[in-house]
Design a protein around this ligand. Sequence first.
Ligand SMILES: NC(=O)c1ccc[n+]([C@@H]2O[C@H](COP(=O)([O-])OP(=O)(O)OC[C@H]3O[C@@H](n4cnc5c(N)ncnc54)[C@H](O)[C@@H]3O)[C@@H](O)[C@H]2O)c1
Length: 381
Amino acid sequence: MRAGVPRETAPRETRVSLIPAGAATLRKAGLEVAVEAGAGEAAGFPDAAYAEQGASILPRGDVFRTSDILLQVRATPVAGPLKSGQTIIGFADPLGAPQASREVATTGASLLSMELMPRITRAQSMDALSSMATIAGYKGVLLAANALPRMFPMLMTAAGTVSAARVFIMGAGVAGLQAISAARRLGAKVEAYDVRPVVKEQVQSLGARFVELPLESSDAEDKGGYAKAQDESFYRRQRELMLKVIAANDVVITTALIPGKRAPILVTREMVEAMAPGSVVVDLAAERGGNCELTVPDEVVVHRGVTIIGPSNPPALVPYHASQMYSKNITTFLLHLLGKDGAQKPALALSTDDEITRETLLTHGGDVVHPRVRELLGQPA
Ligand SMILES: NC(=O)c1ccc[n+]([C@@H]2O[C@H](COP(=O)([O-])OP(=O)(O)OC[C@H]3O[C@@H](n4cnc5c(N)ncnc54)[C@H](O)[C@@H]3O)[C@@H](O)[C@H]2O)c1
């Protein structure tokens, strides 16, 4: 059984799905590993490092043609010919772009989505959304610090006192909590807010102040721990109450997401205009439409002296460690899926009795099999 690692082809994608250490892990489990020439280059992993771990370095066409399992960062849109019986694993944006799953289904290949990994203890080391959010939160703070005409720490020097930067984090999930830690480590004064009241203690334990708004949001969390979408009147009230908090900060970092939905607008033009010139907004939700009304993905917008930065793929700005973490997530997932055949060779057993397989499996046997994605495609249950 062979696992193949194609080079990623999406614009600005610098990550690779498997690093040399991951290739070694798969080899130990009895798999062959084929890596497209140059696949790890942008992330700092040369072909020779894969070859040293026993991987074959092949042209792209051969990786697609000869692999039983394809490991990708972005599994869709599919960037090569798939065939029946092949399995492809990666981010597939199943709720945002479900038609891509239908396209894979027509090839007969099985597609497993990293986004749909259940948030259960057993699957923690396979949770790529969390590992990528960790990187985004950290990098978001550095982008802000770099663009801010101030320093983050409070300093008392012979040349006078420098006050600490004030940083406001909106959305205190995995990315937001990591942003709080990174901003605190740089010495900023940090506040944070989230619709899910359960995060208050986590925010405080990282040394930040939790901003409370008198808003009803008891029903803010679904059973997977994700935020639920609220109605427009909630978002309007939230924006009204938020203006003052935002105006009092030098940096705003937004991370608010709702699975499968456009990111909610939390920072309006009016709020940006209420910020002091020189302030910075980093919008880590840019890929999903952005939390700031003025965000233009992958551009630096300066509006009345306020800089708005919206990287569409923040983990790709830290490709080495993003690939290392993703590689650990995807190899753990693959090893979980592998059983042994009669001859004690590794074999893929996609059994939907297993919760992790059931929740992540999008296509199998020529059909889209995931109930939520079938519903989005208007297919019968
Ligand atoms: N294995 C596990 O058990 C596991 C793994 C990872 C995460 N989790 C939990 O899931 C939570 C959410 O995960 P995530 O970071 O991937 O979420 P996410 O990326 O989907 O969203 C980021 C944050 O934005 C918040 N948000 C959404 N709408 C908002 C609004 N209008 N205003 C303010 N904030 C808003 C969400 O509540 C969330 O905290 C985590 O905090 C964690 O507790 C559990």
